[in-house]
Design a protein. Structure first.
Length: 441
């Protein structure tokens, strides 16, 4: 009897210590990530640098990504809630950011240019007016609104920014939204006509308080299924980076819900499992470093420049690199496997970790460690870690009445017999403990 009690006590002690270690590690990811969005944003305009040196050293790059700013607003909310920094200064930064977006950020019809000068807000690189990057920015704007409920300026400015977006115009006469527009050329040829990270954009458009698109347009994009071994999931049949299964989920809570086609949270679980299997079997035949503790690629820097790589099916020239935000962005979908990877990477490859957390990508076989971090990759890591830990961004963002309305109009319903999310390891140990106790009795 005493031996059994000792074993049970040991098991739960190990579990508690393991949770403590994981919490400390996950908090480190969030704190370091917050530093990026605090230090690499212009303090006056709030616009976040697209990329920066991983060690935090100064450089003369001045281009902001509006998507990085959208992630940044959400990270500021997390930092304020967790008291990572002076809360008054964080709130002031959010106010400055929203004021600049409303008054100075260059755009057209409420949409904004993908890349802008972080000090002036003016378009750079002859880039497109980006519908999806505007959607990510709006996600951050609405997260701020729902969190700072006692700040009338934030609430009013956030809604003004959202109301100004003319989603109907971005349809360009079609039933699917265009990927963007340029003043020199008009609308881009490509549109959001197939499953990917688009869900947040379409739902924003359906729920718009001023320029809504018809709810039936939710059914207008293709949902192609792909089978890899025993895993079948909706994806881009030609291959897709893992982020397509992550970005919309950073804000929209799809867990325990389904529309006429799928449970998209479960779809991302399956897509992540398939990605892990593909990398640790098929890709491991070419690159032996890939194993259960070394896997995960998504759009990132490579030794040869930026590439949108992923799979299955394979997209891009996989070369043995690993991209930490690929697993970090899937923590809510496959928590224990992904956290184990990240802890291993930090311990085994200390050069992969710097001031802002993990570098964007690295390849030990080629002795290549990226000197940069990329704003959106830091952002997805922080948001998904927080959602796994507390559901905070989900719970905050989903308070928005337009968000709730859009999901209802798109036909989302609760899964029958839904159970609350539980941690698989704890559940397993509880079952084992019950069996042992019953056996004793």
């Amino acid at each position: 009897m005493k031996l059994i009690q000792f074993i049970l006590l040991s098991v739960f002690t190990i579990l508690a210590l393991g949770e403590s270690v994981d919490e400390k590690f996950l908090d480190e990811i969030e704190k370091n990530g917050f530093l990026y969005f605090w230090e690499q944003a212009d303090p006056i305009t709030g616009q976040v640098k697209d990329r920066a040196f991983a060690n935090g050293s100064k450089d003369d790059r001045h281009v902001s990504s509006i998507a990085a700013t959208g992630f940044g607003l959400s990270v500021l909310v997390i930092a304020h809630n967790r008291n990572y920094f002076n809360q008054s200064l964080i709130e002031k930064r959010v106010m400055n950011t929203l004021k600049f977006i409303w008054e100075n950020l260059e755009g057209h019809k409420g949409f904004f240019y993908h890349f802008v000068d972080m000090k002036t807000g003016k378009r750079v690189w002859n880039c497109e007016l980006s519908s999806i990057d505007t959607a990510i920015l709006i996600n951050g704007v609405l997260t701020s609104k729902e969190y700072f409920v006692n700040n009338e300026f934030i609430k009013e400015t956030a809604m003004n920014i959202y109301r100004r977006v003319d989603y109907k115009w971005m349809l360009n006469g079609q039933k699917v939204l265009s990927m963007g527009w340029k003043p020199e050329e008009g609308f881009l040829k490509d549109s959001w006509n197939r499953y990917c990270e688009l869900m947040m954009l379409v739902l924003q458009a359906i729920g718009s308080p001023s320029h809504p698109i018809p709810a039936e347009y939710w059914h207008s994009f293709a949902r192609d299924k792909y089978k890899y071994e025993n895993y079948t999931f909706i994806t881009v049949k030609s291959g897709a980076p893992l982020f397509v299964h992550q970005f919309s989920h950073a804000w929209y809570d799809f867990q325990g819900k389904h529309d006429n086609y799928a449970d998209y949270f479960h779809n991302s679980v399956v897509a992540t499992k398939a990605h892990k299997l593909w990398m640790t079997t098929e890709m491991a035949q070419k690159f032996p470093l890939y194993d259960n503790l070394f896997w995960g690629v998504t759009a990132s820097d490579t030794i040869n420049g930026y590439i949108a790589w992923g799979g299955p099916p394979i997209q891009g020239p996989i070369d043995g690199s690993v991209v930490p935000c690929a697993t970090a962005g899937s923590i809510p979908f496959l928590p224990f496997e992904t956290i184990a990877v990240l802890k291993y990477l930090k311990t085994k490859y200390p050069r992969s970790w710097h001031r802002y957390g993990f570098i964007d990508a690295f390849n030990p076989d080629k002795n290549w460690y990226n000197q940069d971090v990329i704003g959106i990759d830091v952002g997805i890591s922080v948001l998904m870690v927080e959602n796994f830990r507390t559901r905070f961004i989900w719970n905050t963002f989903m308070k928005n009445t337009h968000v709730l309305k859009s999901m209802e109009m798109a036909g989302f319903k609760r899964n029958s017999g839904e159970k609350k999310y539980f941690k698989e390891l704890e559940f397993f140990l509880i079952i084992i403990s019950v069996i042992i106790i019953n056996y004793i009795n």
